[in-house]
Design a protein around this ligand. Structure first.
Ligand code: A3P
Length: 298
């Protein structure tokens, strides 16, 4: 399969950048990212990688733009509708360029940057920020499989190696712990942050769509919300070429599909008893001074 033959390709190196672990795809365009000019109606979709970014992006895209008709739905992959601000991939427009080219309002913009590195214009313009967090154990498992299948990410090594990298805060975009807590703290002073949980989305997508709409002050009808909830269920998004990333050559869904399981609690199939005990102990230390709480099962 020549499309997925990336044997010639070298995976990016991880290095320390502004205090977090990064790869060059997310730092090459740094000046332009930091100087990004947000507009007051921009909506920033922020997450730690693998927390449900694509899911929430698609919900928002449908909320605002399903009225534009089926052509957009059938021909424009989600990563072009909701540009990844941090990205600078060779041969493609940068995330900043894509955001600046968006013809639609509001602009939906995705970032994985920790809160302290979000371009300051988003705060100055008082933009709405939708942050989605996922429990650390499932987030780590999902990130492991993602790094296996995505040649644009560092090689994760085996599961125990990756888990240690995750606990050490050396995964790309830095420590999960600081990321989820950073936005949680920011929310105390910035009322325009809506903080969501992947687990709540899995438990009751309709309720979470409802909450999102009320945060956004959107007047979407009950039927429309119902339609969106359906269209964004795991199986629908897994089948949908515009949301399942199957069009991205650097991702090999034969190794692990982007839409992998979509579950809460898959960590139980990965953590050994010893890993789980170690993780819990370390987690307690890392999270001892926050009020933020996660569910690792529902
Ligand atoms: P898993 O690897 O656990 O399956 P992101 O979009 O931030 O990269 O997150 C990807 C994770 O969200 C993957 O988790 C993926 O399967 C899951 N996901 C995406 N869409 C989903 C949906 N509609 N329902 C449930 N999980 C979804």
């Amino acid at each position: 399969d020549p499309i997925h033959d990336f044997s010639w390709f070298s995976r990016p190196e991880v290095f320390d950048f502004e205090g977090i672990s990064m790869i060059h795809y997310f730092t090459d365009n740094w000046e332009n990212i930091q100087n990004f000019k947000a507009r007051p109606d921009d909506i920033l979709i922020a997450t730690y990688p693998k927390a449900g970014t694509t899911w929430v992006s698609y919900v928002l895209d449908l909320l605002y733009f399903s009225k534009l008709g089926p052509e957009r739905q059938n021909s424009l992959p989600i990563f072009l509708r909701v540009p990844f601000l941090d990205g600078a991939f060779p041969g493609l427009p940068t995330g900043v360029e894509l955001a600046d080219m968006l013809p639609t309002t509001p602009r939906l913009i995705k970032t994985h940057l920790p809160v302290q590195l979000v371009p300051k214009s988003f705060w100055e313009q008082n933009c709405r920020v939708i942050y989605t967090a996922r429990n650390a154990k499932d987030n780590a498992v999902s990130y492991y499989h993602f790094n296996r299948m995505n040649m644009g990410q560092p090689d994760p090594g085996d599961w125990s190696t990756f888990l240690q990298t995750f606990m050490d805060g050396k995964t790309v975009f830095g420590p999960w712990y600081d990321h989820v807590c950073g936005y949680w703290e920011k929310k105390q002073t910035h009322s325009n942050i809506h903080y969501m949980f992947f687990e709540d989305m899995v438990e009751d997508t309709g309720r979470e769509v409802e909450r999102l709409c009320s945060f956004l002050g959107s007047s979407t009808s009950a039927e429309e919300k119902e339609r969106i909830t359906k269209a964004t269920q795991f199986d629908a998004m897994k089948q949908n070429k515009m949301t399942n990333y199957s069009t991205v050559p650097v991702m090999d869904s034969k190794i692990s599909p982007f839409m992998r399981k979509g579950k809460v609690g898959d960590w139980k199939n990965h953590f050994t008893v010893a890993q789980n005990e170690q993780f819990d102990e370390h987690y307690k230390q890392k999270m001892k001074s926050t009020t933020l709480q996660f569910r690792t099962e529902i």
